[in-house]
Design a protein around this ligand. Structure first.
Ligand SMILES: [Zn+2]
Length: 140
């Protein structure tokens, strides 16, 4: 059983298409949180961006940026959120990569709980050096 986005890509499931190229498709979200909410999906099935080749990931984020400009003008939004979730812990529900492009207005009801707290520079340096080490590993 193929996933819902794969069925949309193959035309076996209905969707309202906004944009299409050789690598990706943009469709209106069937359950929008705001007017103009759309999704950019790669045509090839990847569960998360962590499995995607960087070139394809870069492409779909570029398309999301282009669509953000178009949808902002089309619906007269005051702002745009780009939301992309990877893994159940990160609110992913459909396990085929998708980028949400969400028009925003001041005072709209969309909210995000963001429990930020200041960190020490020592702790930031510690995690940054781990990330830098991983980056070097990825390059080799
Ligand atoms: Zn899929």
């Amino acid at each position: 059983m193929r996933c819902v986005f794969c069925r949309i890509v193959s035309g076996d499931e209905r969707a309202v298409k906004v944009y299409e190229d050789e690598l990706c498709l943009a469709i209106m979200d069937i359950a929008p949180v705001n007017r103009g909410h759309l999704l950019v999906i790669p045509k090839k099935h990847y569960e998360t961006i962590l499995e995607m080749p960087l070139k394809e990931a870069s492409h779909i984020f570029g398309v999301a940026c282009m669509l953000a400009k178009a949808v902002k003008r089309a619906v007269g939004a005051e702002g745009i959120n780009i939301v992309q979730n990877n893994g159940r812990a990160a609110w992913q529900h459909v396990f085929h990569v998708h980028i949400h492009v969400i028009p925003r207005w001041i005072g709209d009801k969309l909210d995000l709980y963001w429990p930020a707290s200041l960190s020490s520079f020592e702790l930031l340096e510690e995690v940054a050096s781990s990330i830098r080490r991983e980056l070097e590993e990825l390059k080799t």
